[in-house]
Design a protein around this ligand. Structure first.
Ligand code: HOZ
Length: 432
């Protein structure tokens, strides 16, 4: 079933690190070798062995309209005919900036970069420049890209590979990083009691890199009010949730306004784009207006801008958010029902178009609780889903994503796959 993928994997090992360009793709925690992808269309993705799957990875979020949406493809093709990179300004940068700023009330100006990692590292520099303070609080299990200062107690690939941090990060780079617990305001307050030089708190408003973990009650609102009263800024990392939870991101759903918002994924429609933005008085700090330096030759790339504009325009028109909630609820129902049927302990977390099961009987409200999930069961579940035609992230600590291209047939396929996979999880648990 995976013969060609296997061959490519062996070939890839020669000149690529682990035959992949991002560690989560290596299938390290689910076993087996990575699948190599040939193409994707709409709600599905096809590997080099011609196995076609319902895609619930969606490039970890960006393909919210499904793959190769007609209008997006048309916009990209049109842009390609005019040139690929100019190192100079274009009209479309202004157009995308307006769409983004209009969606986030707390954002007067935005700066485009090339990835979520870049967006966050720039957002942090901006918070430090604005407040004149050095320390940053991050939450255990949140992942904000691979910059030195934030590779501590991080989710995503580090959680997948059980790494507490990264080698090669000097002590000095993380000495200003403090760790708090998700959904635990007291753990944030404790840091403020001990430090008077905290510039910002950075958070995924809905965590998606320790699996999906949602903020409880008024956690975000209370967090913002408290840290602002202590002179620190709230950086909301909406790289995953921006335009995905709602057009105005998780901030719109949760009724919170970030001081600095970081974006990525969806805003490039599948091309490499990130962005950070804030109100004028904060963005004033950024060069050329102010003294905080941040730059990028390829930033605002014309193809990425065209893909972003058409994706967001179509998304706004489709307004699929109600549909996303309904499908996520249906998937949750399938998971809970089959788990009950086969006697498997699971907890399902979901928020809008992001969800995933944890193989634990505990509630999952933070990283520690996420880590109670039986990752061996996830591995069994993952491979059975693959065999039954559903492409999931190869890690317990990544979210499943929905696209607006999902059809009734896809939903039925996912339902059958879940039932079979849960049966297999129960069977393997009995055997071992
Ligand atoms: N959770 C990661 C993105 N936020 C997965 C993608 C990757 O690291 O390759």
């Amino acid at each position: 079933m995976f013969k060609k993928s296997q061959q490519l994997y062996n070939k890839g090992l020669v000149n690529l690190v682990g035959a992949v360009n991002s560690p989560v793709r290596a299938f390290a925690s689910v076993g087996g070798n990575p699948l190599f992808i040939k193409k994707a269309k709409g709600s599905t993705i096809t590997d080099v062995d011609n196995n076609t799957y319902v895609d619930l990875v969606l490039s970890y979020g960006p393909m919210i309209l499904g793959h190769r949406h007609k209008k997006v493809q048309k916009a990209i093709t049109k842009a390609l005919k005019k040139g690929y990179s100019f190192g100079a300004s274009t009209k479309n940068e202004i157009k995308l900036a307006k769409i983004v700023c209009d969606a986030f009330p707390g954002m007067d100006k935005v700066r485009f970069v090339n990835s979520g990692t870049e967006a966050v590292l720039s957002g942090i520099r901006l918070a430090r420049a604005y407040t004149g303070k050095d320390k940053i609080i991050k939450f255990a299990g949140c992942y904000h890209g691979h910059q030195d200062a934030l590779l501590v107690a991080a989710g995503s690939g580090l959680a997948t590979l059980s790494l507490p941090g990264s080698k090669g990060v000097p002590e000095g780079a993380v000495k200003n990083t403090l760790i708090a617990n998700y959904n635990d305001l007291e753990s944030v307050k404790a840091h403020f009691d001990n430090h008077n030089d905290i510039a910002a708190v950075i958070i995924e408003p809905v965590a998606g890199n320790m699996g999906v973990v949602t903020p409880q009650d008024n956690f975000l609102k209370e967090l913002k009010a408290y840290i602002n009263s202590r002179g620190a800024l709230l950086i909301v990392d909406e790289v995953m949730t921006g335009f995905r939870s709602k057009f105005g991101g998780a901030q719109e759903v949760l009724g919170v306004e970030a001081d600095i918002t970081c974006l990525g994924k969806v805003i490039g429609g599948g091309f490499p784009v990130g962005a950070y933005g804030a109100r004028n008085e904060i963005m004033q700090m950024v060069a050329p207006l102010g003294g905080m330096y941040q730059a990028g030759t390829l930033s605002g790339n014309p193809i990425a801008m065209a893909a972003g504009i058409s994706t967001l325009t179509e998304l706004k028109q489709q307004n699929p958010y109600q549909k996303f909630n309904e499908i996520a609820q249906i998937f949750e129902g399938f998971l809970l029902e089959s788990a009950k049927k086969y006697g498997v302990d699971i907890t399902v977390n979901r928020f809008g178009s992001m969800l995933n099961p944890f193989f634990t009987n505990k509630k999952v409200t933070n990283f520690k609780e996420a880590q109670t999930s039986d990752t061996k069961k996830y591995a069994t579940f993952f491979w059975e889903m693959i065999k039954n035609g559903v492409f999931l992230p190869p890690s317990q600590f990544e979210a499943w994503f929905l696209s607006s291209a999902l059809t009734q047939k896809d939903i039925e396929k996912v339902a059958k796959a879940i039932d079979k996979s849960m049966e297999k999880v129960a069977k393997v648990a009995v055997e071992s």
